[in-house]
Design a protein around this ligand. Structure first.
Ligand code: EPZ
Length: 427
């Protein structure tokens, strides 16, 4: 079983190049199903989740050509051509590995009039239902039945019909699924209380480049004029704002100075203000974002919420950073019901954190100590790396397959700015 060893105490200095965003690339890849022409995505990150989705798309009959897969290449180019969808089944053994594969549901329904997609099941951070996805598709005329752990969806004879969807809860995935279904539905679709994360904006811009009619991009109200077909396009995946935030935490906790190349400050929402409140110095540069942190960090209070509020995907990393801050911090996790799995692991390193319900109180300690710890989910595993970079001594992180789902070339990027980090025990 592979592990990562981090020997802490070295301030990070230098430059880190930010990769394409995992949570933008995944829906963008599913959009390839909506046309029989080639869709080319640039700046595709090299991640396990991307590989899993390529495997599923291939099963549907999508042909995939990948350039730039040499280790020294950065930002791969993937061309997908769904000339002929040979299967509308998304099987359990793939969907259970990566929940975002449920994003083929809307595109398959729109393109082929039917889809049979395994229910994704829960994961470490929560039950992760898809009821909002299904409610929205029914509003476009889809007939949905659940049998033996699968969603079977069938469009009306003439195809999906535009409708009005009003989400009771903001859902990134449900907004993406219904947006990709609506672009080929007959007539107008209005999506109220839509998620407006930058990754949704990226998807909408790509769909527009493919010929879709979408208004209100970036707002909570999307209006879609359905078209009969979409054409191919070439689109560059946006930089990963969560990877960016994660490396800001790593720089800050080690008291370093790093420039994040390709980072886009205008996609970061409230998280940049949270960093500044905590005492991190953030400056936009022509190449990205320059992060500096000379003095001791200050404790602050944060509550996770949909964009542009503080993102739940930054909660674990930010908590690790605050565990060494001066004073206390109160963190409220309002999106997922079980996203504090990193707390006992940080506790093993000397962090002083108390969880009551969905609120964690972090009392800053002068120093963390390295220890063997276990990654439990993607962002929790990054919080352990961040803590290890500052901890005295050696931290050994187990179950690092979680990390490989969402952080491209983590050890290379961190070693290049002075971290003492290595991966052991391969094979
Ligand atoms: C996306 O997940 C991201 N994943 C998550 O990132 C991210 O944490 C989440 O959005 C919130 O920002 C991808 O984009 C691949 P939601 P998603 O639907 O779409 C509830 C990471 O670390 N809900 O916005 O699954 C749900 O349980 C991952 O990169 C329903 O009740 O999230 C949650 O409480 C983790 N019914 C809330 O809504 C539904 O049908 C928000 O979930 C759908 C969601």
């Amino acid at each position: 079983m592979e592990k990562i060893i981090v020997r802490g105490g070295k301030p990070l200095q230098g430059k880190i190049r930010i990769s394409g965003a995992k949570n933008a690339a995944l829906p963008l890849m599913c959009a390839s199903i909506l046309t029989d022409e080639p869709l080319t995505l640039r700046n595709l990150p090299r991640l396990a989740d991307i590989d899993t989705l390529q495997h599923l798309l291939n099963q549907h009959g999508v042909s995939l050509t990948l350039e730039g897969s040499r280790p020294e290449d950065f930002g791969r180019v993937l061309t997908m051509k769904a000339g002929n969808i040979t299967s509308t089944l998304a099987p359990y053994d793939i969907v259970r590995r990566m929940r975002a594969t449920v994003l083929v549901l809307g595109p398959l329904l729109a393109r082929c009039g039917e889809a049979t997609v395994s229910l994704p099941g829960g994961c470490a951070i929560g039950t992760r239902p898809i009821d909002l996805h299904l409610m929205a598709l029914e509003k476009l005329g889809a007939k949905i039945e659940l049998t033996a752990g699968y969603v079977k969806a069938i469009a009306p004879k003439g195809g999906l019909v535009g409708g009005t969807i009003n989400f009771p809860t903001v859902s990134v995935g449900a907004t993406e699924n219904i947006l990709m279904a609506a672009v080929l539905a007959r007539g107008e679709t209005v999506i109220e209380n839509a998620a407006c994360e930058p990754e949704i904006v990226d998807l909408a811009h790509c769909l527009q480049a493919m010929g879709a009619g979408i208004d209100g991009v970036g707002t909570g109200r999307l209006t879609v004029q359905g078209v009969s077909r979409l054409h191919g396009a070439t689109y560059a995946v946006m930089p990963d704002r969560i990877e960016t935030g994660s490396y800001i935490c790593a720089t800050a906790i080690t008291g370093g100075e790093v420039e994040l190349l390709g980072a886009r400050a205008n996609t970061m929402g409230a998280v940049l203000q949270a960093f500044e409140l905590a005492g991190v110095v953030i400056n936009e540069t022509v190449n990205g974002i320059l992060v500096k942190c000379g003095s001791r960090l200050r404790g602050i209070n944060i509550s996770t919420a949909p964009y542009p509020s503080f993102p739940t995907d930054m909660q674990a990393q930010f908590m690790a950073m605050l565990s060494c801050a001066e004073g206390a911090s109160v963190i409220t996790e309002s999106i997922f019901e079980n996203r504090y799995m990193h707390v006992p692991e940080l506790g093993r390193m000397g962090a002083d954190i108390t969880v009551r319900g969905n609120t964690a109180t972090v009392r800053g300690v002068a120093e963390l100590n390295g220890a063997p710890v276990m990654a439990t989910d993607l962002r929790a595993s990054m919080s352990l790396v961040i803590a290890g970079l500052a901890a005295k001594g050696e931290t050994i992180i187990n179950r690092i397959y979680h990390l490989d789902r969402g952080y491209e070339r983590l050890e290379d990027k961190l070693s290049a700015v002075g971290a003492d980090i290595e991966r052991i025990g391969g094979g």
